[in-house]
Design a protein around this ligand. Structure first.
Ligand code: AMP
Length: 554
């Protein structure tokens, strides 16, 4: 009989503890910073961060937080929020990032459903919690982090300051004894949770294991992924409550990168100012943010060319935006697709080496797609009949994924069992094609597709095209009912400031670019496209607004 051959490597648990301890030892001199409105950046070192995170773990212990307890944050992006990102999971508890832009009703539901026992809240966000705290019986402790006066969520004139008798973060930290020995954790232990702002029904909880985050961080840092390294200067603008700011604060800390947090309510001018002054190399955000930044750079001439990579996702990025940032700003965008349920990374649009010699037009056509699947994720496209479709760039179907950082089940939500297939895949609800090179192109969310006279029209296709018009700032396309064709597209367009735009100009612009039946019958001009709590176009609101608008064309 031969000697045992299999399983001779250590069964080492993949937990965030390993990343934290390694960073603490290696990168003590590196910098972390937070923007403070009207003041210079707050700066400290990784050594300070590590010591404060250990003290924060001492605070959690003193507050009676136990393994598996849900500890919530209601906070802007800051170094304190980063301390919570690490101290909570490393203590064995579950970091629950709350989106303070949700309605009071949704937020109350989420806190109660998760059973949060402690909430760490920025003083500037206090009015949001003040309005609902009586309806959240599981919350036994609230800790206030003083970051400024109330500025979010309160009605004008009705903003309330956090009560002085609530425990305060810095005072608790000061008084606590640091934790020097972290508890031993299993890699399948829950580390964090995040609720998706679903469009139907209640929000659903996604629970990240240590293992999922660990593997996701490694994959995200890869050169062919976000290509992050210790040398990067990362600016965090994606809210830390939105899919863990796309997981980048975990990956950045793992690597010892310089990290700058956007602080309370960062505006395009803050992003440009910080990027220019701090020589930022990496900053992600949703397209609506970059559309606003583009306008500002054009008007005021910031030099943000230090940025080597702008991951852009959350919704489709128009090709015209990628091109503008390359040519006028000198900062390269990388289109990516993912979801809260996917930690969030799914696909990234990088050119393959041999595509670099292709004509420019073809290169942009590739880069405007959502890209090919990340290492670690399996992806297939399945049609209505349940068959996998071919990668021909034309056949459409739902994207289904599986992998070590993809959700297996929502938290305590049996009604959502239909989001998972019998053979172990997650049904994303996104409709896409994949071309023979493997580049995924998102056509729509299932619910946003427009079915007109038996033909599918991709609202994303039409709106990204409209946003290529030089006079257009933003565009969202929705379906309106039609007696003959069932649905027809309606384009909601926001002109760039100071320009005169006629709806007819949009239709003329689209005519040579689109099939006749995909041309919007009507173009309405708006001052702004309504946005969701994470800055995406809110088509639900638009659909509601134009519900009774029957299409004009017969
Ligand atoms: P969230 O969980 O809030 O991040 O939302 C995930 C959803 O955003 C996905 O299911 C897509 O519908 C959409 N999304 C994310 N990235 C992109 C992208 N690059 N292009 C188009 N849609 C996207």
């Amino acid at each position: 009989m031969s000697a045992p051959l299999d399983d001779l490597m250590m069964d080492y648990p993949l937990t965030l503890t390993q990343f934290f301890e390694r960073s603490r030892r290696l990168f003590g001199k590196k910098t972390l910073a937070t923007r403070r409105p009207g003041q210079p950046l707050f700066r400290y070192t990784y050594a300070d961060f590590a010591e404060r995170t250990r003290r924060l773990a001492g605070v959690l212990r003193d507050l009676g937080v136990r393994k598996g307890d849900r500890v919530a944050t209601l906070a802007w992006n800051s170094h304190r929020h980063l301390e919570l990102y690490w101290a909570i999971p490393l203590s064995g508890a579950v970091l629950h990032t709350l989106n303070f832009r949700l309605s009071a009703q949704d937020l109350t539901y989420i806190i109660n459903h998760a059973g949060d026992s402690v909430v760490f809240v920025d003083s500037s966000v206090w009015p949001v919690l003040a309005a609902i705290r009586d309806r959240c019986p599981s919350v036994r402790t609230i800790v206030v982090m003083h970051d400024g006066p109330p500025s979010v969520g309160g009605q004008a004139g009705a903003e309330v300051a956090a009560p002085a008798d609530l425990p305060e973060y810095e005072a608790l930290l000061e008084a606590a004894a640091p934790v020097r020995e972290w508890p031993t954790l299993g890699e399948r232990d829950a580390a964090g949770m995040c609720y998706t702002s679903g469009t139907t029904g209640h929000p659903k909880g996604v629970v990240y294991t240590h293992r999922a985050l660990y593997i996701h961080c490694l994959a995200q840092a890869m050169t062919d992924s976000f290509g992050l390294s210790e040398t990067d200067v990362i600016l965090h603008i994606v809210p830390m409550f939105h899919a863990n700011a796309w997981c980048v604060p975990f990956t950045g800390t793992m690597l010892g990168a310089t990290q700058i947090f956007g602080g309370p309510n960062p505006q395009p001018r803050d992003i440009c100012g910080l990027a220019q002054a701090e020589k930022v190399t990496f900053v992600g955000a949703v397209p609506t943010v970059w559309i606003a930044v583009k306008e500002l750079v054009d008007e005021e001439g910031y030099d943000i060319s230090s940025i080597r990579c702008i991951p852009i996702g959350g919704s489709a990025a128009p090709r015209s935006l990628l091109e503008h940032f390359d040519k006028q700003v000198g900062a390269s965008m990388m289109h990516a697709w993912g979801m809260t349920e996917m930690s969030p990374l799914g696909t990234l649009s990088r050119l393959k080496s041999y595509m670099r010699g292709w004509p420019e037009d073809q290169q942009y056509a590739v880069r405007a797609k959502q890209g090919y699947v990340s290492v670690g994720v399996d992806l297939r496209i399945v049609d209505d009949a349940g068959h996998e479709v071919v990668w021909d760039g034309a056949s459409m179907g739902e994207i289904q994924v599986r992998g070590p950082w993809i959700i297996r089940s929502y938290y305590d939500n049996p009604e959502s069992a239909d989001r998972f297939t019998a053979d172990g895949w997650f049904r994303t609800g996104d409709v896409a094609t994949v071309d023979p090179e493997g580049y995924v192109q998102i056509t729509d969310r299932t619910k946003d597709l427009i079915k007109s006279g038996g033909e599918w029209i991709s609202s994303i296709d039409v709106e990204t095209m409209i946003m290529g018009h030089p006079k257009v700032l933003e565009a969202a396309v929705i379906a309106v009912p039609h007696p003959r064709w069932v649905e027809r597209p309606l384009a909601c367009v926001v002109p760039r400031p100071g320009v005169t735009l006629e709806p007819r100009e949009i239709v003329d612009y689209l005519r040579p670019r689109l099939a006749k039946w995909a041309l919007p019958d009507e173009v309405v001009l708006l001052d702004a496209v309504p946005k969701t709590s994470v800055g995406k176009f809110d088509k639900k609101v638009l659909r509601e607004r134009f519900r009774d608008r029957a299409s004009k064309e017969s």
